[in-house]
Design a binder for this molecule. Structure first.
Ligand SMILES: [Zn+2]
Length: 432
């Protein structure tokens, strides 16, 4: 290295160090902040009862959100945060929705921590901030809903990676949200003793909810086999069998997205799964490929880029289902508009891969079950931001043997039993 190069390296290093100094200076500059108000109550959120927590602070809150279990609790950590709420002790009991207690403390020197204990695995569904009004400070609003253990675990992992980013992106969007009347907090009272909504039975008595989506239906027949088999009929028969197999385990409440020959848009299928609070979503298909020799079972999960050409082709065929129903006028995707939910997507994709692996592990000895494996593509029906979702192509109707198998009730039952076993094994492994 020449002396000139050495000098340049040193210079860059010094600039880097001074940048670090500036950066850390900025962080400590945000240090002093007081909690000046806290309100808890329950609000209606898209038809569900949500626990709303409002934290009011002097300065915008630079915090990290965390979810912990045993007991279930929401944690908000912030450097330099102190408790300064007139007339409200720094700890106490609560009886609002799932919230049972709160406390403020210092887990380490210089960090303030607000903890809300809960008797159910409620996770943040929406987070937003509101600027100060004439009186009062900056408000951070968190709406929590109990959507089951799978969702809690997803949120827990996502927050571990993005807890700070959630608040920051929320602050960046604050003005937009504040302008929306639906986002304004309803009046909530301190220590509210609101009649507790009980959306779900106690955690120990709960069954997992599995949404089973029979591909296609109604005016959309899906693929048509060499012998005239319609994909929509095969998928419905398999979905009903899978629902029954899952129910027999005693651990799962299975729900069919469609239980007859009906047409639903792909987004509606996702919405139904979210409405019923599904822990997982499985979409069943039996498509065709231009290559008649193509056969076997594939398990797909969502990805922006397809794993191979055939996967891209299949996803393209599946996504066409929406075109059958005419132009889609609902341009805005409500799920995508929620910054918090988009942050769950990465973790949801990881969980979907784990579910796919559990399925592949079970179907290995089915014809072609070990050949095609786990593949990725941009399937519209797999885009739930917070429900692990897989699509199983049970075989190809464009292949003679596969078509024959798919028409056999015995064969389908063998497959659905394996799917059921894999789903239960995945769900059992997800307990936080
Ligand atoms: Zn299909």
């Amino acid at each position: 290295m020449s002396s000139k190069q050495k000098f340049c390296t040193r210079l860059i290093f010094c600039i880097f160090l001074s940048f670090l100094g500036l950066w850390s200076g900025q962080t400590t500059g945000a240090a002093d902040n007081d909690v000046i108000g806290m309100r808890i109550g329950d609000v209606d959120f898209e038809g569900s009862r949500a626990l709303r927590l409002v934290i009011e602070t002097n300065e915008p809150l630079d915090a990290k959100l965390l979810l912990l279990h045993d007991p279930w609790r929401l944690v908000i950590d912030s450097v330099g945060l102190s408790w300064n709420v007139p007339g409200l002790e720094s700890s106490g009991q609560l009886s609002s929705g799932p919230a049972t207690a709160y406390r403020f403390g210092h887990p380490k020197v210089g960090t303030g921590r607000i903890v809300v204990e809960m008797n159910a695995p409620a996770s943040p569904e929406r987070v937003f901030v509101l600027p100060p009004r004439e009186v009062g400070g900056h408000r951070l609003v968190i709406d929590l809903i109990d959507k089951g253990l799978t969702r809690f675990k997803l949120a827990q992992k996502s927050l571990l990676a993005n807890g700070l980013a959630v608040i920051q992106s929320t602050q960046a969007q604050a003005v937009n949200l504040a302008a929306r009347p639906s986002a304004l907090p309803q009046p909530v009272s301190q220590h509210a003793k609101v009649a507790s909504p009980v959306p779900r039975p106690p955690v120990t008595d709960r069954k997992w909810i599995v949404a089973i989506d029979a591909g296609h239906g109604g005016k959309d027949p899906g693929a048509v086999g060499l012998a005239g088999t319609k994909e929509k009929e095969i998928t419905l028969a398999a979905a009903q069998q899978l629902a029954s197999d899952l129910r027999k385990t005693g651990k799962v409440s299975s729900r069919l997205i469609r239980s007859s020959d009906q047409f639903y848009k792909l987004r509606q299928r996702i919405e139904i799964a979210r409405d019923i609070g599904a822990d997982v979503f499985i979409s069943l298909h039996a498509d065709s490929a231009p290559r008649k020799a193509a056969r076997g079972i594939s398990v797909f999960t969502l990805s922006d880029t397809a794993s191979d050409k055939e996967a891209a082709y299949i996803a393209q065929q599946e996504n066409k289902a929406d075109l059958v129903g005419g132009p889609d006028l609902a341009v805005e995707d409500p799920a995508a508009a929620n910054a918090l939910l988009s942050m769950f997507q990465r973790e949801t994709m990881n969980e979907s891969s784990r579910l796919a692996a559990a399925i592949l592990n079970e179907i290995r000895d089915m014809p072609g079950g070990d050949k095609r494996g786990h593949r990725f593509a941009g399937f519209a029906v797999l885009k739930s931001p917070d429900i692990p979702s897989v699509l199983v192509e049970m075989g190809f109707l464009s292949n003679k043997e596969d078509e024959k198998n798919l028409n056999s009730e015995r064969y389908r039952h063998k497959l659905t039993q394996k799917l059921s076993k894999a789903i239960v094994s995945y769900l059992t492994s997800t307990s936080p």
